[in-house]
Write a protein that binds this ligand. Sequence first.
Ligand code: C2E
Ligand code: MG
Ligand code: MG
Length: 751
Amino acid sequence: MSATDDQQRPESGADASAKGWRKYFNAPKEAAPVVQALPPPKQLAKLAQIFESSKRGWFWATDAELRLTYVSDHIAKRLGREPSEMLGTSIKDLFNDELAEGSAGNRTTGLLLNTRSKFSNMEVRADYDGPEIWWSVSGQPDLSKEGEFLGYWGSGIDVTTDRQSRDESSRLTHSDTLTGLASRHKISQRLDKALQAYKIAKRSCALLMIDLDRFKQINDTLGHQAGDELLKQASQRLTRVAKDGWDVGRLGGDEFQVIIPDMDDRGEVADAAKKIIAMISQPYTIDGTRCVIGASVGVAIAPYDGITSEELTRSADLALYAAKNDGRGRYRFYSTDLHADAEDLRQIEDELRDALERGEMWLAYQPVVSASTNEISGFEALMRWEHPERGAISPGIFIPIAEEANLIVPLGEWALRKACEDAASWPGSARVAVNVSPIQFEHSALPQLVTSALANSGLAPDRLELEITESVFLGEGSDIDQTFGALKKLGVRLALDDFGTGYSSLSYLKSAPFDKIKIDQSFVRDAAMPGNRNAAIITAIVSLAEALGMETTAEGIETLDTLELITKLRVSHIQGYVYSRPLHYEDIMETLSEGNLVIKPTGPEMNRSDRKTLYRKVGVIHEDHRYEVTMRNVSMTGALIEGLNDVPKGTQFVIDFGEGQLAVATVRRSMNDKQGLQFEVPLISDGSDGLCTRSRVSPYVLAAAGMPLAALPSGHYPLVMNEETAQQNGKGFSLPSFTQSEAGGTVLRVA
Ligand code: C2E
Ligand code: MG
Ligand code: MG
């Protein structure tokens, strides 16, 4: 049929005929008035023909065995077949068994047709090799007078476009349009469902909350389109890391979520988190520009850290918040103290707003010493906050808060002006180095501020050194070069701070006019470890810096052996406790006035091992008693405890670190009230600077012992009772095997 034919035929007529046919097929046989209202058979056949040739719908009929006895020509052709070859084949083969909505409910087409009853508007997909076709199909059984099934009469209309647009809009609500990952709505639904099911099946599930570090900076410098592209690429990397069965979703902005079913080994979760961070932190190319972002990950595991999805999400959120505050680029496990920490940080932020006005900020100065002469060449100004109640708060804590809360600009301005004033008053020409946050650096007014600070203080520009971290390059915005240019023009010196902690691209060194590279303390310290390659890398950095006419400072040298190694690597300057801690203005004035700028390094001979000196109370469970002891040292493989007298070597304990963390340990050394323990399963890093156990006591196990099913409480293993409850329970109280010394605490009986 031609287009003209189509146009000649009134639309309403076609619709009416389609409806008419359907009504005919669907109408019950005994519906006499309808039958009577039908046109005579000849006209009816004509109408059917018109309708068929309009290709708006089609007809079909079968015999009692459901073999096709009729099918409209155009449908056969659309499926790439001849009508004659279709006749005799089963109608069931025409439909793919993906039954959709309709009167049919959830049954397959095959089952439905087997019932030989009437059906209407059943949405089915054509089963053939070609682009998808969806039909809405209706059928009416053809019954003999005796009620015998003779076959079906049926019709169908093409609903492909409808179906596709419905699918698309459902995809849009279920998946994130930009990245194609599950949307916030979808992923939270999945988490809900999974947790409900897992609670019954006593399964575990890890939730990773991921936030991109420095994404905002890139979005702001390179524009939203670049930001979108970055999000897409980051999502693809997340999908690549994800194993079968993991669910990855985007919550919006630069926040993502990963659900890992049946995962409660914190060692494995930590590996997954590390992998995610490493993948996201690889450089990206966006419109030919290279940029680098990072990721922070908060981890919560059900049922340990939350039973319901709200609870688990809140826990993962808190862990993420802590990971970001720990300095980003890290993962962090949820622990119950994070609630208090988060509250604390909020309060610190509030108090930081008024700290400058209240005169609580001051600058400490740490000498930077020439490696060859031990002579002070300058001082780094380090901001200090003396809080009236909390005491000294570390810049490691308050600087990130200030950056987040937009307080770094006024604080940084104050530090710069104050450092210039102080340095101008020093006898001699020692330099002053001031840290500049990337946020200040992006502030277009930085060169003006520096000009003003220099003019007001009268300090010579070459006595001021600005310390900048490499994160200022991450956006690679054009303003950065301009700012560098403007600062160089003023005659101030520029130092690249914390080299070795971030992406540490040597290409920054070639493109930016630095006078100095400061090699970060973590990098320097690792260099002293046997078998570590950092020493070789430092040698390369030093030669490159020399070739480019830059100085090098090794930061954080605490011991004489590291100093010796670093000096051998020909680093030009040293800053570290081995020479001096950061000092008060008055103290350095005294040194400078005396005119003796040479400092003799002093300090411990060797770096201490990686044992963390921790003085905290932990529980020791032995037989059916729980003792409290002081833990002096803990490493991944063992710990030193104090508080139990005369414990024989080989004794097995269960150490209770709190929050369901139990570790089986064997006494390897024993002296009076001190024991050296070896853990059966090594502890793992908690992502922050602490250690934790791989697995914890499952709340399901506690529930089986009669406790309410809930996330793990803080404090010690809950299935422990004191004498009073033991007696109330009629269990009595047997004698403990060990006595406790001064360093110990109470003894409780294990339930
Ligand atoms: P940074 O700029 O890398 O400063 C060096 C840090 O290493 C200082 O920590 C210093 O006290 C510490 N340090 C130096 N020698 C040793 C050592 O031998 N052993 C150890 N363990 N540490 C050593 P501090 O003062 O806590 O400052 C931490 C960071 O806070 C600084 O790292 C800097 O990034 C930031 N910061 C400090 N003051 C300011 C400021 O005025 N503005 C900005 N934007 N950031 C600042
Ligand atoms: Mg610094
Ligand atoms: Mg540094």
